[in-house]
Design a protein around this ligand. Structure first.
Ligand code: DC
Length: 435
C-alpha cells in the first residue's frame, strides 16, 4: 500500500520548496510534476516543434526520456542535466500553453501514476488532487496572493542568478494563473475535499508544519482504521468470553432491567445463513438481539463504534462487521458476503440510523443487496419498547421472507428498492403487532 500526499496550487505558491522539505522530513518520494511539463516544453523548443503540431508532439512523446533524480535534486531530459535550463524564462513563458495539450497531459499523468506506484509519495502540481490522485490520502490546495508569489519567484531567481524583473514575473504569473485555471484539459481547480492553505502571510516553516500536522493526523487515522478491521481469531478463550459476556448482559441488563420478551423465536432457524432485519431504536437493541439468540448474530455496525475501547473490544468479540459509510467499503462487503457463505446469521438495521423511520430517512438497500447477492432469506424483526429502564422490551420475529424470484438481481436498483420496501413493511407490521 502506498501513502500519497497531493498538493495543488497556482505557480509560486511555494508548493515546490514545501514539497521538498516535507519529502525529506517525512521520508516521502518527491515528484515535481511541473518539472516534467517543463522538460516537454524544453524538448519542443529545442526541436522547434510548434504548439499546434500535434503529430510531431506525439512523435516526441514516444521517445522523450524524463528522469527526476530525487537524491541529487536533478532533472534529466534525454540523458542531459536540464535542472536549471527548465527554469529559464524561455521555458517558463511557454510551459503553461504546452501543459494544456491533451496528448501531453495524458502521457505525463500516466507517467506520474506509474512513478508513484507502491511508493509513499508527495506530488505537487495543478491536477494532482483532481486527476492524477483523486483518492490521495492527503489533499492540499496551497494558495497565495499573486503579488506575494511574484515577490517569492523574483527572490528565488535572484538567488539562482536567473535574470528577470519583478514586473515581468508578476505579468507572467498572472498570465499563467489565467491559463492554468482556464485550460480545457487539466485545469487548476480546488478539489472539494482538499484542505486549503493560504500562505500569503505564512513562512515556509509555518506552512510546512501545518501540512506535516495534517499528514500525521491522517497517518494516525489510517492506523486506527486498520485496527477496526482486525479480526480476533477464533479460540476457546474467545468463545468462553463471548458466552460469558452474553450471559451476563442477558441476565443483568435484558432480563432484570428490560424484562425482555421474545415472540416467535421459532422463526430463527437453528442453522444456515439468514439476515435479521430490524427497526433501530436504541444503542441497546442490537445487543438485545445478540444476547437473546442461542446462535451468534453478527451485526453490521458503523466502523467508528469500533474505535471506542470497551465497545470496540465487545464488537470484535461478537465478530461484528465494521462498515464505513463514507467510502465504498469493499472490505466490509467482502466480509458480509463471506459470512453468509459460511452460513452465519447476520443482523442489519435497514434504517441505517436510530429511529430512521421517524426521521423520514430512506431505508438503505444494503440488506436487500446481500440477500439477493448471497441468495438468503430475510428474517424481519419488530423491536417494541422504549428502552427506558424497567420497562418491557419485546422482540417480535416474523416468518423468513423468501426473495428467491429476485436472486442475482442485486444490481438492479428498482428490484433492490422493491425488496427493501417489503422488508420495511414487515418490520413496521411487527413493531405495531399487539402482543
Ligand atoms: O509548478 P511549475 O511552475 O514548475 O509548473 C510549470 C507549468 O506546468 C505550469 O504552467 C503548470 C503546468 N503544470 C500542470 O499543468 N500540471 C501539473 N501537474 C504541473 C504543472
Amino acid at each position: 500500500m502506498s501513502f500519497v500526499v497531493a498538493i495543488d496550487g497556482p505557480a509560486g505558491s511555494g508548493k515546490g520548496s514545501i514539497t521538498q522539505i516535507i519529502a525529506e522530513k517525512m521520508n516521502l518520494s518527491c515528484i515535481d510534476t511541473g518539472a516534467m511539463y517543463r522538460c516537454v516544453t524544453l524538448d519542443m523548443l529545442n526541436k522547434n516543434i510548434a504548439i499546434e503540431d500535434i503529430e510531431k508532439i506525439k512523435e516526441l512523446l514516444k521517445t522523450i526520456d524524463i528522469k527526476l533524480d530525487e537524491e541529487n535534486k536533478k532533472v534529466y531530459l534525454n540523458g542531459k542535466d536540464v535542472t536549471d535550463e527548465i527554469r529559464s524564462m524561455r521555458v517558463t513563458e511557454k510551459v503553461s500553453q504546452v501543459s494544456s495539450i491533451k496528448e501531453i497531459r495524458l502521457k505525463l499523468v500516466e507517467l506520474q501514476q506509474k512513478i508513484a506506484k507502491n511508493k509513499d509519495v508527495i506530488m505537487e502540481g495543478r491536477d494532482i488532487t483532481t486527476v492524477v490522485f483523486p483518492n490521495a490520502d492527503v489533499k492540499v490546495y496551497l494558495d497565495a496572493d499573486v503579488e506575494e508569489r511574484a515577490r517569492r519567484r523574483y527572490k528565488q531567481n535572484q538567488e539562482k542568478g536567473i535574470e528577470s524583473t519583478y514586473d515581468e514575473i508578476l505579468e507572467n504569473l498572472k498570465k499563467r494563473d489565467y491559463n492554468d485555471m482556464h485550460k480545457e484539459f487539466g485545469a487548476l481547480v480546488k478539489a472539494d475535499d482538499a484542505i486549503v492553505i493560504d500562505s500569503t502571510n505564512m513562512t515556509i516553516e509555518q506552512v510546512t508544519n501545518e501540512i506535516i500536522k495534517i499528514i500525521n493526523e491522517k497517518k494516525k487515522q489510517i492506523i486506527e482504521d486498520e485496527k477496526v478491521y482486525e479480526v480476533v481469531p477464533d479460540s476457546k478463550m474467545k468463545r468462553f468470553k463471548y458466552a460469558f459476556v452474553k450471559k451476563l448482559l442477558l441476565i443483568f441488563v435484558y432480563k432484570l432491567v428490560y424484562r425482555i420478551k421474545i415472540v416467535n423465536k421459532e422463526y430463527v432457524p437453528k442453522e444456515g445463513a439468514y439476515i435479521i432485519c430490524a427497526n433501530h431504536i436504541n444503542m441497546l437493541d442490537a445487543l438485545s438481539v445478540v444476547c437473546t439468540n442461542k446462535r451468534k448474530v453478527r451485526f453490521i455496525c458503523k466502523h467508528s463504534m469500533f474505535k471506542k475501547k470497551i465497545l470496540g473490544w465487545a464488537l470484535k468479540l461478537g465478530d461484528t462487521i465494521p462498515l464505513d459509510r463514507d467510502k465504498n467499503d469493499i472490505e466490509s462487503m467482502k466480509r458480509t458476503i463471506k459470512a453468509l457463505k459460511n452460513g452465519d446469521l447476520l443482523g442489519i438495521f435497514p434504517e441505517g440510523t436510530r429511529n430512521g423511520m421517524e426521521k423520514n430517512v430512506k431505508a438503505k438497500n444494503g440488506a436487500a443487496f446481500f440477500a439477493l447477492k448471497s441468495g438468503v432469506k430475510v428474517i424481519p424483526l419488530g423491536i417494541q419498547g422504549s428502552f427506558k429502564p424497567f420497562t418491557k422490551v419485546k422482540l417480535v420475529y416474523g416468518e423468513p421472507l423468501d426473495f428467491s424470484e429476485y436472486y442475482g438481481k442485486e444490481k438492479d436498483k428498482e428490484t433492490l428498492e422493491k425488496v427493501t420496501n417489503i422488508i420495511m413493511d414487515n418490520i413496521v407490521m411487527l413493531t405495531n403487532k399487539k402482543i
